[in-house]
Design a protein around this ligand. Sequence first.
Ligand code: ATP
Ligand code: MG
Ligand code: MG
Length: 554
Amino acid sequence: EEKRSLNFIEQIVEKDLEAKLNDGRLQTRFPPEPNGYLHIGHAKAVCMDFGIAQKYGGVCNLRFDDTNPIKEDTEYVDAIREDIEWLGFKWGNIYYASDYFQQLYDFAVRLIKEGKAYVDEQTSEQIAAQKGTPTEPGKESPFRNRPIEESLDLFERMNKGEFPEGAMTLRAKIDMASSNMHFRDPIIYRIIHTPHHRTGDKWHVYPMYDFAHGQSDYFEGVTHSICTLEFVPHRPLYDYFIDELMPEGTTYRPRQYEFNRLNLTYTMMSKRKLLALVKGGLVKGWDDPRMPTLCGYRRRGYTAQSIRNFIDKIGYTKYDGMIDVALLESAVRDDLNKRATRVSAVLDPIKLVLTNYPEGFQETFMATNNPEDESAGQHEVKFARELWIERADFMEDAPRKYFRLSPGREVRLASAYIVACTGCKKDEDGNVVEVYAEYLPETLTGRSDSGHKVKGTIHWVACHNAIDAEVRLYDRLFTDEDPSSVEGKELEELLNPDSLKVLTNCKVEPFLKDCKPGDNFQFRRVGYFTPDLDSTEDKLVFNRTVSLKDTWKK
Ligand code: ATP
Ligand code: MG
Ligand code: MG
């Protein structure tokens, strides 16, 4: 692995450990809300939370931030666990914010008793309208100074399910004139009657993020609560509730640190929008290979290593920005170049007949599995008189710099002979249906210089044992560089109509017969591919992971 300088969070952690802050412990958490699948942005947080604990001998726990039963489901819990493991990380414990519902409720009751929280019977719209602006103080709720007993009674009854959703909320009584908007009596509990995926109908009040996150950190013993920059303005409130929680005379406290979130060009990462793509049938599911989800990338053939390398390369800063998706693709190429087995596949086949090669005869040649890795070995390929080649590798009237097959020109067939093109056969409409050439026996790859010099090498698959395959070519899902910022358009209108192209008549070498999803191949001259989950023994289906070169243009 490449050496890089410490990022600013690592610098903070090193300093804190050295100063024996929190007894020199390092404990982090990754806190996903189980309301969707993990995407590449989450991977950035995963790599930070787990990676930094690993690097400094600490522990990172997985905490499901399941405080909103309306959107959450165990399907997502399971998928999140699988994706973190796939990325290559191990948690210490698994926790659920819902495990703290009683503690949080008790804490809220304590705040009410201390005159630091009250039940507000206004609607959330009324409350929002009284918030004020950053330069003007907000207006106090008419319920702000109601008797403590009244709030206690109402809060208890809220939780028993006596009131409809939206009828009242519990608010922290802090400061309606604070320069920090989050201090203007934030709502800390709301009524929800939807059953929770873990606690069922036990609770009818649910804590808001700001009332759950820091406290959960505190209950677990988190030392470094690392999150993204949009939580910077929440930090004073985070600290406020921790101050309220800490018993007098104790020193342990979790601290929040923020880094820039990942934004990628041509990519949308809001879980809400990703869910809309799935629900609207605009993609084939959360793991559609065009999705920016980890399961989508996995299905497409991205390796966990390439995603980790990418995250490491872009680093962590205190400034938001946009990362070119080409950088991710290039990390995938670099990794696959090292590990992918080279094979031949013809995506748009046309038959090449070697007219001077004996009929019924076969030769066996050895193809190098990976020129980047000698230990990967070789595999056999059969050569014969009739071969599939790419339609684009023949041109009847070719320009001077066309170094492939054209009457009178010579080209090398990869791992085999140089052949000299003699002509072609056409159908009634003038379409080329067969290409003819003569092989030059003295030019077999690896033999001493035959005196023939060719500029081009093309790939091929022998017709007699080729396997049929379907190949799915993917392109960017969105046409706009920053699809999240486009206004006034439906999601559907933002999609790239050519994001999926299916080729059903491809020919691949028999070596691929038993390949499985997760195997990585380079189809010579074409790109990197992996078997799709739809692939079966009888019908091979491949996904293009990424092209060989970045050929994408605006
Ligand atoms: P969304 O806004 O799509 O709902 P979220 O941030 O609410 O995503 P969570 O499940 O709460 O999703 O996220 C878990 C963790 O992942 C949080 O700490 C969050 O900051 C982090 N995270 C989410 N998106 C990104 C991103 N694009 N880049 C870096 N970290 C992210
Ligand atoms: Mg969130
Ligand atoms: Mg969110």
